[in-house]
Design a protein around this ligand. Structure first.
Ligand SMILES: Cc1ncc(COP(=O)(O)O)c(C=O)c1O
Length: 425
């Protein structure tokens, strides 16, 4: 008979072979065995409504039949070539059609890699070194990105605090850190420093929305100082709208990065900009000194491109984003209503397509104000949701298009249980 392993056995095995018992991404106390549609199952067979959705990519849910068909059509033709392939070219065309700032794109394998090249591209184009980023903004794992994401100590702006060991001090010296949603702070920094290549920003920072006029204010400041504006759209691309945050908020950056959804659940990401900026990837056009060397074994992988293309095609159909927003709105309202009724101070923060709760009465504008009054309350709330069959990260809830009325009903019951638990604590 086939031997099955309990989740506890898998966790014990993981602890032997993986540092900190995991992949570094998520709670190592759970292993997901299977996903289908809006649901996932853990290694003990417990079923959950999935609001983690692979940290964003599975916007259509797991194993969408049309995406599976596209992948299964590609698989027997080859899994990776390194050479150019037509699926990758089609994907580039579809991205350029959708995303305002993109006249050309370059593919990479992960969002963090796309952000790293976006920073390098801005430096190559402007001939300047300094990068302005926002405290709490996440842009992957490059040395520049690992500055003041979740600073262990509170220092004065614009000093950068490395989030990781192993980063030379010289990198921090090239960074300016500003509070999100504060145009005056950015204006003052750009007036003082004439060597800034780019501002890199998540247009929706984690789940903190831009204040009205904020992104346009950044655009104007960048134009005034000849600084490039980089939107990290790894999360927001094809989520906030088909054309991403730049479509939703009506502000076009110079460079954007895309990931997650455009790979349909496979490793693929991209950066895009005008042909003039992107020419720095073309040695024949800019010459060896201004050329940005870039290659990667899996870049433009045809299986990922096929999955991404089909995912995007489905998203482009009539009503997809209205439906997603309706689901998000329902999930927001059911939590907010239950918490309000119980007299628990909270903010629903984010966009209907991506949000979470802060247990505080204070408005969340930036990294320092986006806090739970009692972090233990958030931990408990999410733990009770999980016990009751709702799977999400402790800081985000990702609605998917696969969510059904039955999922919403189950979620409603889990929310009632979680609110009751924190109310009685
Ligand atoms: C805004 C943002 N940028 C970059 C990344 C990094 O992408 P990846 O995990 O594919 O490297 C993420 C990942 O969650 C992200 O949320």
């Amino acid at each position: 008979m086939l031997k099955t392993h309990t989740q506890a056995e898998w966790i014990a095995r993981a602890q032997q072979v993986l540092p900190a018992g995991g992949f570094g991404n998520f709670d190592p106390g759970i292993l997901i065995a299977r996903g289908e549609g809006s649901r996932v199952w853990d290694e003990d067979g417990k079923e959950y409504v999935d609001y983690l959705i692979g940290s964003g990519p599975m916007l259509l849910g797991h194993g969408h039949p049309e995406v599976m068909e596209a992948v299964l059509e590609q698989l027997p033709r080859g899994m990776t070539f390194f050479a150019n392939n037509s699926k990758g070219v089609e994907l580039a065309e579809a991205i350029i059609d959708a995303v305002p700032c993109c006249e050309q794109v370059r593919f990479v394998a992960s969002g963090g890699e796309a952000d790293m090249y976006a920073i390098r591209l801005a430096r190559a184009y402007t001939g300047r070194d300094r990068i302005l980023k926002f405290e709490g903004g996440y842009h992957g794992m490059s040395a520049e990105a690992q500055m003041s994401l979740a600073p262990a100590k509170r220092v004065n702006f614009p000093q950068a605090v490395p989030d990781s060991a192993g980063i030379p001090q010289g990198v921090a010296d090239q960074m300016l850190i500003a509070p999100y949603n504060d145009l005056e702070a950015v204006a003052a920094l750009l007036a003082e420093h004439n060597d800034v290549a780019a501002i890199i920003v998540e247009p929706l920072q984690r789940i903190i929305p831009p204040a009205p006029g904020y992104l346009q204010g950044l655009r104007d400041l960048c134009d005034r100082h000849n600084v490039l504006l980089v939107f990290d759209e790894i999360v927001t691309g094809f989520r906030l709208a088909y054309g991403g945050a730049q479509e939703r908020y009506g502000v076009t950056p110079d460079i954007c990065t895309l990931g997650k959804i455009i790979g349909g659940g496979f490793p693929l990401a991209a950066l895009g900009a005008s042909a003039e900026i992107m020419q720095h990837f073309d040695k024949d056009r800019v010459g060896p000194d201004k050329w940005l060397m870039q290659l990667g074994t899996l870049s433009g992988n045809p299986v990922a491109a096929a999955a991404g293309l089909k995912t995007m095609e489905i998203l482009s159909r009539d009503g997809a984003y209205d439906h997603l927003r309706n689901i998000g709105r329902t999930l927001q309202a059911m939590q907010s209503d239950a918490l309000t009724k119980a007299g628990i101070a909270h903010q629903i923060c984010g966009d209907e397509t991506l949000f979470d709760i802060y247990f505080t009465a204070q408005a969340c504008r930036d990294y320092r104000s986006a806090n739970h009054d009692t972090p233990a309350r958030n931990t408990r709330y999410n733990a009770v949701l999980r016990e009751n069959g709702v799977f999400k990260s402790p800081g985000k809830l990702y609605p998917s298009l696969a969510v059904t009325q039955a999922d919403l009903d189950l979620t409603q019951e889990a929310v009632q249980a979680a609110v009751a638990a924190i109310h009685s604590d």
